[in-house]
Design a binder for this molecule. Structure first.
Ligand SMILES: [Fe+2]
Ligand SMILES: [Fe+2]
Length: 288
């Protein structure tokens, strides 16, 4: 649990495991240059358990937060592109490209439910969102903030349209960022369920499984490290140097595009508090 820990202090020890010093520095500089973005994300999770929010707000959170995660299609697309390049190459580039594709694809094993009896992360997310909002209304498109939709499209395009190195940098950054975000989201969401819903401890455990699954076995931290290897293999095959400027731009844009989603949600919470619609720290349960 990381209830009082900053997102940056959670990602930092994992960044230390990256072999290439230049990549380590670029990752750290991106988090510190986008500190305002990081703080607004932390603020959202700090504020989430402070009141019982309206169903509309909870649906907007569930629909929008989902759009900032669950990028399995992009991961698959990126691995397909690497495999396609491998098909037209000679060894040793060929095996490096196939291995880069394989390592990149390894970031979707848990999402697919491999080793978890086929329980996909999409299903786990549904359980989380349904427990939070009290139904499946949140799946409607109108609950996806335009900022969240834009972020999701930016990630997908980077992985399937832009140069392959940008796709790998996007997937890599997403994994390290998610490691930090899920670590602060877990105590926040758990506190929300405890203080503002009538879920039993067992129901609460089920509701929180989506978030816990990414934190407890260091799932996202491991995913991050396999994409670091995928990038190294890709760069070796493409006979290209690591481009710190390019990487910095992808990492900072990731945070810069994501922060408006969380800021908008925080604004919505503030508006509800000010209007008296939200019930601050009411332990009396179900949402309006
Ligand atoms: Fe996942
Ligand atoms: Fe992941």
């Amino acid at each position: 649990m990381h209830s009082d820990t900053s997102l940056t202090s959670i990602v930092d020890p994992v960044i230390s495991l990256v072999p290439r010093a230049e990549l380590r520095d670029t990752l750290r500089s991106a988090f510190s240059a986008e500190q305002t973005a990081v703080e607004s994300i932390e603020e959202f999770f700090r504020m989430l358990p402070s009141a019982a929010w309206s169903r509309d707000l909870l649906c907007t959170f569930a629909g929008s937060w989902k759009a900032t995660h669950l990028k399995m299609l992009g991961i698959y697309g990126l691995s397909c592109r690497l495999q396609r390049s491998a098909g037209g190459a000679e060894d040793p580039d060929r095996s490096n490209l196939y291995l880069a594709a394989a390592r990149n694809a390894a970031t979707s094993y848990e999402d697919l439910g491999l080793d978890f009896d086929g329980a996909t992360h999409a299903e786990l997310y549904d359980d989380f969102a349904e427990a939070l909002t009290g139904g499946d209304l949140w799946t409607l498109r109108r609950f996806r903030l335009p900022e969240a939709h834009r972020f999701s499209r930016w990630c997908y395009r980077n992985m399937v349209v832009e140069p392959i190195a940008d796709g790998l940098l996007t997937n890599m950054f997403s994994e390290i960022y998610n490691h930090g975000e899920y670590s602060i989201a877990q105590p926040s969401a758990d506190a929300y369920f405890q203080q503002h819903t009538r879920l039993t401890p067992q129901e609460r455990r089920k509701a929180i499984t989506y978030i816990a699954a990414h934190v407890e076995d260091d799932t996202e931290a491991d995913h991050f490290l396999v994409v670091v290897e995928a990038l190294d293999r890709y760069l070796a095959a493409a006979k290209t140097q690591f481009d710190a400027e390019r990487a910095s731009s992808v990492f900072r844009t990731y945070l810069g595009n994501l922060a408006p989603v969380m800021r908008k949600l925080t604004e919505m919470m503030r508006t509800e508090l000010a209007s008296g619609r939200a019930k601050p720290l009411a332990a009396s349960g179900v949402h309006a």
